[in-house]
Design a protein around this ligand. Structure first.
Ligand SMILES: Nc1ncnc2c1ncn2[C@@H]1O[C@H](COP(=O)(O)OP(=O)(O)O)[C@@H](O)[C@H]1O
Ligand SMILES: N[C@@H](CCC(=O)OP(=O)(O)O)C(=O)O
Length: 369
């Protein structure tokens, strides 16, 4: 029996919530809300990441086919999000709980200031005893920066609140060794390391009518959640008392475990950046000391700088073959970095006229990928 985790992110996908597209499944939604209320009563903090806005909007609009145009999807989401949170609010109120709507975009999670704001708001809501209900802010998220699937959002929220567990409720019993919709003989994987490269192959194909990501985004989410020390359970939301049984330590679904101890909060944030404004290329010697000796990155080891970034932004670090080996907060902006690259740190002052830090990226602000 595993010990129950204290802070959970519970993610409910579109396929499940809408019973594969037949509008919101209100009895099921009521049941999950009851289960979450029981978890709260048992002392667990729960943040709910719920999909279903587009699907609920489609059903309100009488649309049976998911539109392709972004504006149509956004309009459906705006209509559907109302029904979605209203349904949750009604259900949580039956248990004396307040529900809180939290709509996040990708930008909110890459800007340090907004990231910290989102984190403190979520923490405040949990302290107030409310149940935060998170979804992507579909109205404003433009195509190229959309998270698109809520598995990624669930993992980012797990990083944000340093959750111990990400429970992904879906329409299958868990992760199988191939898509059970196409391969009835597929075998359920009871547990694995989130970093196991075979998982991506198992999840390679197939998704539901409405779901965005299929299993591939769930496996990627487990990997991302593991970076902040969270374990992920992929499990059928249709199992009776699924959340309570998980909380009691029952081994159901697929458990994907992190390899390591949790990284510090800053390192989690650095590792979870989805879009970066630039990268630096380092020579072999620098790549070696970063990876093997846990050292800071000095300007002398940098051979190329690409993109535009400001001081304090997260940049990617690539080895001479172009492979990303690390990410970190850069102490100099892109132009300054170009001017001091290949130079020893004691030449920074004569080159720039000032010196802020001898390191380009300090090891405390650097995370290996
Ligand atoms: N290896 C696999 N194991 C289980 N399900 C898989 C696998 N590969 C693909 N799938 C598909 O992923 C679907 C769930 O993903 P998706 O439709 O995006 O759901 P959700 O809306 O819950 O995120 C399943 O219905 C299944 O057909
Ligand atoms: N923000 C979207 C969710 C996107 C989506 O479909 O996610 P998922 O079903 O979890 O893969 C919505 O509420 O409709």
């Amino acid at each position: 029996m595993r010990k129950p985790a204290r802070r959970w992110v519970v993610k409910i996908g579109s396929s499940l919530l809408t019973n594969d597209g037949r509008g919101l499944d209100l009895p099921a939604l009521a049941d999950w809300s009851t289960q979450i209320a029981h978890l709260r009563a048992a002392g667990l903090d729960v943040v709910l990441v719920s999909s279903g806005a587009v699907a609920a909007g489609m059903s309100r609009l009488g649309w049976s086919v998911r539109p392709r145009e972004l504006q149509q999807l956004q309009a459906a989401a705006a209509i559907g999000q109302m029904s979605l949170v209203q349904a949750y609010q009604d259900q949580f109120a039956r248990h004396g709980l307040l529900a809180a709507q939290v709509l996040l975009t990708h930008d909110d999670l890459i800007s340090r200031r907004r990231y910290l704001n989102a984190r403190s708001t979520l923490r405040a809501l949990l302290e107030l005893g409310a149940v935060p209900i998170v979804n992507e802010n579909d109205t404003v998220a433009a195509d190229e920066i959309r998270l698109g699937d809520n598995d990624t959002l669930g993992a980012l929220v797990a990083n944000l609140i340093e959750a111990e567990r990400l429970a992904i409720l879906t329409d299958q019993q868990g992760l199988y060794d191939s898509d059970p919709r196409q391969h009835p003989e597929a075998q359920l994987i009871p547990s694995a390391q989130a970093s196991d490269p075979r998982l991506a192959d198992f999840a390679a194909t197939g998704k539901g009518v409405l779901g965005r990501g299929g299993m591939a985004t769930k496996v990627a989410a487990a990997k991302r959640a593991a970076r902040s020390g969270a374990e992920t359970v992929i499990v059928s939301g249709r199992q009776p008392q699924v959340l309570e049984r998980l909380a009691a330590g029952e081994a159901i679904g697929t458990l994907l475990r992190p390899d390591d101890e949790p990284l510090a909060a800053r390192k989690q944030w650095i590792a979870s950046q989805l879009s970066l404004h630039g990268y630096v290329v380092v020579d072999e010697g620098a790549a070696h000391v970063l990876q093997q000796a846990g050292r800071s990155l000095l300007p002398i080891g940098v051979t190329d700088v690409q993109g535009r970034f400001v001081r304090g932004e997260v940049v990617s670090v690539r080895d001479p073959t172009g492979r990303e080996i690390a990410r970190g907060l850069c102490n100099y902006d892109a132009d300054e970095t170009r001017r001091i690259m290949r130079k020893p740190s004691d030449a920074i002052e004569e080159t720039l006229g000032y010196v802020d830090e001898p390191e380009l990226i300090h090891r405390d602000n650097l995370v290996l990928m």
